[in-house]
Design a protein around this ligand. Structure first.
Ligand code: RUQ
Ligand code: CUA
Length: 623
């Protein structure tokens, strides 16, 4: 993305502008240098959370190509946790124990871009967080009671679901538009057949919150354009999703030039409700690779295209649901479109573009174009509670505050440096808080102690409660927080421990029930982890010994019977490259083949008590 956009600067405005911009990025311009020390003190007070008190917000940031979720407290900007989602995490055994290993399905990498918290009536409800994996075509749900990944599914027919995740206003759907056009199912087709064989696909997934399971309800098949960050409507526009497109040129190589030829691309408006009804009871859906696919051209009134200035990046629906704002990327403007005007226009006879999608007249749907002088590279839009929009400007490294009803530019503040997204407190809901915005910057340059040629990315915390924005602090962050959502902390209701459930398969609650059961060459250990010992076989001479034969398939079904908050036990087998954990009240299974003979110490890898060091046992593998 960085490289891509930087090369676009050249196309956009030539070297002169670029030189000017880089001059702009020098640290000498930092606002903090000019501020008095008393202003710095008041900034420090704003982010200081005294011991015993807690942050007011959670910030859930995507971990980009780490495949993980980063959880921060706001305003302190303290990192609280990394939640493994798409990538194994040896420390917690995510991807090592049987359940999470199955969920990852052997994949070791993910590229998580856009977190989306479940919503009720257009407001974050704090129950689940959805995550997309652009790298391996997956979607995941994190249970915000435990901050554990609850389910992951593959999305067939897709080419990188970059333009999601976003949810419809009551989480009816988790929507994921694709980035790259690709033949359905990823089948082979020559790039010369791009227009005919390649498709853009949107997955409309459903998430069952009780069973904690995803399913793909239907997919929408679209022309082979590239779709960029998209959004769902709210209130009066609640039945619609809007998606930006680029590469309506159908370029198949040298994209930075070839996909930026036309002056206009499209915003695609899709009525998800109409398509859902069609998928449920209509006749138009075709099953491809096990999934119902609908071509919206077959369902009258379900799809429209609105021209927009070239290669837009994000499109964001306003909190009132009445407008959608496209950020220009290559044309340095923000364009406000009116849903009401679009709905009126849909009633008229419309022209069709070459794939037969009706095109609404730009002049009749566009409300205003906003072009702050010298602001370059608008990427994404956030909102406050007063009708203001905030745009990140990647190239001119700033946030621009403007009013979306009047188009008036109100304030601008520099960021350090090159923000992609910004995230406002409760920013994607029907009622944003208007207190904070965090710029998620792609660069940090010289802001922090050096760690060599590659620097961390950075985040700027900006106070937006007054008329003027106030840059409060900057913090380093691991690559790459593409996007984040900031939610009021009191909306998240975590569970203190896993509840004791006698009926849970494989769990063992009484010390005397710990046992080893052999079935052919399978050895099942129904074990207990507690402060400060393992019990594998209550009746044995040594209760913490397990002896198997080489080649046996071994299952450690471990239950942590310490029902006390924060008493997590680890379980590592020395020399076997295996580790996992059981949180209080949790049961987890480790399955492996004992393919190495010998004597292998087992130990608790998570410090749990004064006798943690003694919490150990032996695995003996007989030749
Ligand atoms: S898109 S930096 Cu991956 Cu979120 Cu705009
Ligand atoms: Cu259990 Cu350390």
């Amino acid at each position: 993305m960085k490289k891509f956009l930087f090369s676009l600067i050249g196309i956009l405005a030539g070297f002169l502008v670029a030189a000017l911009l880089f001059a702009d990025l020098t640290p000498g311009k930092k606002a903090t240098n000019e501020e008095s020390s008393s202003a710095n003190k008041s900034n420090a007070e704003k982010v200081y959370v005294p011991f015993g008190e807690k942050d007011e917000y959670y910030m859930m940031a995507s971990g980009g190509h780490s495949g993980q979720l980063f959880v921060y407290g706001l305003p302190s900007m303290r990192k609280i946790r990394t939640v493994p989602v798409f990538t194994p995490d040896p420390a917690t055994g995510y991807g090592f124990d049987k359940g999470t290993k199955n969920m990852l399905g052997g994949k070791t990498w993910g590229d998580f871009h856009h977190p989306s918290i479940s919503e009720t009536k257009g407001d974050y409800d704090g129950k689940f967080l959805f995550a997309n994996d652009v790298g391996n075509n997956r979607v995941a749900a994190v249970d915000l009671k435990t901050f554990h990944t609850a389910d992951i599914i593959d999305l067939p027919n897709m080419g990188g679901p970059h333009a999601g995740v976003f949810v419809t206003q009551n989480t009816e759907y988790v929507a994921l538009p694709t980035r790259f056009a690709r033949p359905l199912g990823g089948a082979y087709a020559s790039l010369d057949k791009y227009k005919e064989e390649y498709k853009g696909v949107v997955s409309m997934a459903k998430f069952d919150q009780k069973k904690k399971k995803f399913s793909i309800d239907y997919q929408i098949v679209l022309p082979p354009w590239s779709y960029d960050l998209s959004d769902a409507g709210k209130k009066m526009s609640g039945d619609w999703i809007v998606m930006t497109t680029y590469n309506t040129e159908f370029a198949t190589s040298n994209m930075e030039i070839n996909a930026s030829q036309k002056d206009r691309d499209y915003i695609v408006m899709v009525n998800w409700k109409k398509l859902a009804e069609e998928a449920k009871s209509g006749t138009k859906a075709k099953v491809v690779n096990g999934i119902k696919m609908i071509d919206p051209r077959d369902v009258k009134g379900s799809i429209y295209a609105v021209p927009v200035s070239k290669s837009p990046h994000g499109v964001d629906v306003t909190p009132d649901g009445e407008y959608f704002v496209a950020a220009g990327k290559l044309a340095p403007i923000m364009t406000v479109f009116s849903f009401e005007k679009a709905f009126d226009e849909m009633k008229k006879e419309t022209k069709k573009e070459e794939f037969g999608i009706p095109v609404l007249k730009y002049e009749n749907v566009m409300e205003r174009e906003v072009d702050p002088p010298g602001a370059l590279g608008p990427l994404h839009t956030q909102y406050d509670d007063k009708g203001n929009a905030y745009n990140t400007m990647f190239i001119s490294s700033e946030i621009v505050k403007w009013n979306y009803k009047t188009g008036k530019v109100i304030d601008r503040t520099p960021t350090y440096y090159s923000p992609g997204h910004a995230s406002a407190a409760e920013g994607d809901t029907v009622k944003p808080d208007g207190k904070w915005i965090v710029a998620l910057n792609k660069l940090a340059k010289d802001n922090f102690l050096s760690v060599g040629p590659s620097h961390p990315e950075s985040m700027d915390l900006i106070d937006i409660s007054g008329k003027k924005m106030k840059h409060v602090m900057t913090a380093p962050v691991d690559p790459e927080p593409h996007y984040a959502q900031i939610i009021k902390a009191d909306k998240i209701k975590t569970q203190k421990i896993y509840e004791k459930d006698e009926k849970r398969p494989f769990s063992t609650w009484n010390q005397k029930d710990a046992r080893i059961v052999r079935k052919g060459n399978e050895v099942h250990v129904y074990g207990i982890a507690m402060r400060s010992k393992f019990i594998f076989d209550a009746k044995a001479k040594r209760k913490d010994e397990v002896t198997v034969n080489k080649g046996d398939k071994v299952f450690f079904h471990m239950t942590n019977i310490d029902l006390d908050q924060d008493i997590t036990h680890g379980f590592a087998i020395n020399d076997y490259d295996l580790n996992f954990e059981v949180q209080p009240g949790q049961t987890n299974t480790l399955e492996f083949v004992a393919d190495k003979e010998g004597t292998f110490p087992i130990y608790c890898s998570n410090f749990c008590s004064a006798l943690h060091q003694e919490m150990s046992g032996y695995l003996l593998v007989k030749p």
